[in-house]
Design a protein around this ligand. Structure first.
Ligand code: SAM
Length: 275
């Protein structure tokens, strides 16, 4: 019998993957979690029937959500990741000479699934600079003032526990938790399917931060493939950064040239974020 997993990318579009094996399914306190072995994309992590990552293309998202803000900052020492329980973003952050990398995911079962099924991602959990906490990132960030150099919001889509991660109160708390030169980034979904959300987040962030920048990357297993990230910066203009010639460690998608290019937006995306 053929096994397929389908994600509804919108009300009218389904993306289907042929599955070799269902490795794990469970209902956690927060979401339905599944790990599949797919034919084309290798292992896949799915939450509430939405693809979070696959082994074939995870590097794009994780490198781009980590290295763009970290290189924009220049010398980050303390980094916070909200969400990201799979460990992929943490792995990329730890390629930088940071002193502390904290990860706060609301769902300990995502972290457990990564430890059990994704050895290429969970290496980062063993690094002595990493601290992993299981709690709501919205409450966590309120307890910090002027502490983190970079905050990365590596969240699920804006449903369930992640709704508050796309609100302006949360961005204000993030602003306060950042140091003077602090930078924040959030994944902001597809410009084909989430135009309204991108516009709202971009506007909220630009009301709070002196500098706002949107950038893109291509992630084949996310709806529409073209993905967006919104960055808020307190002091550094993300469009005028002196980047190193080379990044100094191995990457598969990110490079300083890609960094500069990803900030160049096609006219239809510029239109979305126009005031
Ligand atoms: N790369 C992914 C994507 O865009 O599909 C995101 C991956 S990561 C697995 C998302 C994580 O955000 C999940 O593990 C989920 O538990 C976590 N999350 C959702 N809401 C949260 C909250 N309020 N605080 C902390 N973590 C949260």
């Amino acid at each position: 019998m053929e096994l397929w997993f389908s994600e509804m990318q919108s009300e009218n579009i389904k993306m289907s993957y042929r599955i070799k094996n269902v490795l794990h399914t469970e209902k956690t306190k927060f979401q339905n979690l599944a790990v599949y072995e797919t034919e084309e994309f290798g292992r896949m992590l799915v939450l509430d029937d939405v693809v979070q990552l696959t082994m074939k293309d995870e590097f794009v998202y994780h490198e781009m959500i980590a290295h763009v803000p970290l290189f924009t900052h220049g010398n980050p020492e303390r980094v916070l990741i909200i969400g990201g329980g799979d460990g992929g973003t943490l792995r990329e952050v730890l390629k930088h000479p940071v002193k502390e990398a904290h990860l706060v995911d609301i769902d300990e079962k995502v972290i457990e699934a990564s430890k059990n099924f994704f050895p290429e991602l969970n290496v980062a959990f063993k690094d002595p600079r990493a601290k992993v906490l299981c709690e709501d990132g919205i409450a966590y960030v309120k307890r910090f003032k002027n502490y983190y150099d970079v905050i990365i919001v590596d969240s699920t889509d804006p449903v369930g526990p992640a709704v508050g991660l796309f609100r302006s109160d949360f961005y204000r708390d993030i602003f306060n938790a950042l140091t003077e030169k602090g930078i924040f980034v959030a994944q902001t979904e597809s410009p084909f399917f989430y135009e309204g959300l991108i516009k709202e987040v971009y506007n909220c962030v630009s009301e709070i931060f002196p500098y706002t920048a949107l950038y893109t990357a291509v992630v084949p297993t996310y709806p529409g493939a073209l993905w967006t990230f919104v960055m808020g910066s307190k002091q550094v203009d993300p469009h005028k950064v002196d980047l190193p010639q080379e990044c100094g460690f191995k990457t598969k998608y990110y490079s300083p040239k890609v960094h500069r290019a990803c900030l160049q937006l096609p006219p239809f995306i510029k239109e979305i974020i126009k005031k």
